[in-house]
Design a protein. Sequence first.
Length: 88
Amino acid sequence: MRAQSKLAVVATVLLLAAGTANAGCVKGAVAGGVVGHVAGKHGVAGAAIGCVVGHHTEKKKEKKQKEQQQAAAAAASQQAAAPANTRK
């Protein structure tokens, strides 16, 4: 096994062990590694770039979900604060 392959395996294991701190990195690294390998034996570079892209995509997704939750909470609080229509 070449040194680069060993390094890639060790890096992947460490990323998996890190958990959610590297959200999206592992998926991106796997996809990028495969694409890089097929595109010209650049699997390690593809994995590194895939990790960065996957992490960025996951952060955008989390930010969008958080904004949606905040908007839903704001709408719910406005409905709760509105005066009730009461007639005598």
